[in-house]
Design a protein around this ligand. Structure first.
Ligand code: HSE
Length: 455
């Protein structure tokens, strides 16, 4: 049987996971694809760094360049992480015409265009299934499975740490800080946790998925990102009473045939036409969202990830699985290794190119123009006329109120007032909230969490 040799850079949690998975299932994979992937060398940070699976000392080296430059190495894996040295490593391998498999979403988010251009220039390929949602084959699905679909919308729970924290807050009625501290102690959250809980990890992944779905490489700076620090136990409780669960969602919505203004008579964005405009605008965002309990994404709990994709031909589809961890990530890396090995075998190194620009006139829509429904929680002085003053500001801004609750049992200097709002642009709601916050009856900063009804 034909054999291809693998040079691995990175032998930590993910790297040793890939090594182990190849030991376990490399034979099975070879019998399926007709090519054997054999590990030739593994570059590691330190021989004795902690790793969940052992790698034979004879295969390890501290010199990554000796792995890339080894003429016997046919494919390189970059499982180091970060955007500095990892970029140098990937470029070095691509320049030698060697296909690279990476799990590095931050690298792709920051330097994707440069790396894809290098792969093309040097006649090789870059594979990155493991960069988004670990074991869920979402890259392959978007690029190949849904190649005949326009992606109308994609909603993803793509950060396991945030999902774990929000799930525990809901189940235990606990506050964010307490759950985060415990999650860090138990190894479910990193220290520092900022990359995850401030939404940046999710934004890296959503940017990659949006680029694949819409054909223009999304500038990460254009993605509107909000994390989960400001989500309180009180918001989770009130959302629950209204029939919703709060999830951190990555949202990608194509807006080419939806009006940006609201049909006030229906409180809905109305369809303008069915003409598909190549100059599509795409909402690309990450923020905490109220998800109806009846929707399948509301039941995705703990560290699990899920991606809900709506294609114009296929309709609604759902992917669920572990988005991180040594074994789930290794599963995705093995799938890329199989593709790389098959491409080498066939001699067609860009059978499926890493990224194909198409409909390039697309653009990321400013969040102010995006349309949504809203959950608002205000702290107000419980006095006659308070509601009227707030309602007047919404009315003047032509934003419809869907329901109002002043929950009992909160009597005191200030009381919560919960509004569910009809569709409105983010810009209109933020403008109204600015005016409302200036009213003397408002105490503290209003909370605004968007509601998604998947219409
Ligand atoms: N830290 C990520 C998560 C996994 O919590 O889902 C790696 O992207």
């Amino acid at each position: 049987m034909q054999q291809v040799n693998l040079g691995m850079i990175g032998g930590g949690t993910v790297g040793s996971g890939v090594f182990h998975a190849l030991q376990l299932n490399g034979g099975l994979m070879a019998s399926r694809i007709g090519v054997k992937v054999a590990v030739r060398k593994v570059a590691v940070k330190a021989f004795n760094e902690p790793r969940p699976y052992q790698i034979p000392r004879s295969l390890m080296t501290l010199d990554w360049q000796s792995v890339v430059n080894d003429p016997q190495v046919d494919i390189v894996t970059e499982l180091v992480g970060g955007t500095g040295i990892a970029r140098t490593m990937v470029l070095a391998a691509l320049k030698l015409g060697k296909p690279v498999v990476t799990a590095n979403k931050a690298l792709l988010s920051a330097h994707g265009e440069e790396l894809f251009a290098a792969a093309k220039k040097y006649g090789t390929n870059l594979y990155y299934e493991a960069s988004v949602c670990g074991g869920i084959p979402i890259i392959k699905s978007l690029r190949e499975g849904f190649v005949g679909n326009r992606i109308e919308a994609l909603y993803g729970i793509v950060n396991g740490t945030c999902n774990y924290i929000l799930t525990r807050m809901k189940l235990e009625g606990a506050d964010f800080d307490a759950v985060l501290t415990d999650a860090q102690k138990q190894g479910y959250a990193e220290t520092p946790p900022d990359l995850d809980i401030d939404g940046h990890d999710a934004a890296h992944k959503i940017g990659i998925l949006a680029s694949l779905a819409h054909g223009f490489w999304v500038n990460p700076k254009k993605i509107h990102v909000e994390g989960i620090r400001h989500v309180s136990a009180l918001d989770i409780k009130f959302a629950g009473e209204l029939g919703y669960t709060i999830k951190l969602l990555g949202i990608i919505k194509r807006i080419d045939d939806l009006r940006l203004t609201i049909d006030a008579t229906k409180n809905k964005p109305a369809r303008k036409s069915n003409i598909v405009n190549r100059k599509c605008k795409v909402q690309v965002s990450v923020y905490p969202t109220l998800v109806p309990n009846a929707h399948v994404l509301a039941s995705v709990n703990h560290v699990f990830n899920a991606v809900f994709v709506r294609g114009d031909i296929v309709g609604d589809t759902l992917f669920y699985g572990r988005g991180a961890g040594k074994d789930a990530t290794a599963s995705a890396v093995l799938s890329d290794l199989a593709d790389a090995a098959l491409d080498l075998k066939s001699g067609c190194k860009q059978r499926v190119p890493p990224f194909v620009p198409h409909e390039c006139a697309g653009a990321v829509m400013p969040i102010e123009d995006a349309v949504s429904q809203y959950f608002l929680r205000l702290n107000v002085v419980d006095r006659p006329g308070t509601l009227a003053k707030i309602a007047a500001i919404f009315g003047a801004a032509k934003i419809g109120i869907s329901s109002v609750i002043q929950p009992e049992g909160h009597e005191g200097k200030s009381v919560p007032l919960i509004f569910m709002m009809h569709y409105a642009t983010n810009g209109a709601v933020n403008g109204a909230l600015k005016k409302i916050s200036r009213l003397p009856v408002i105490k503290g900063k209003p909370v605004m969490i968007r509601v998604e009804n998947f219409e």
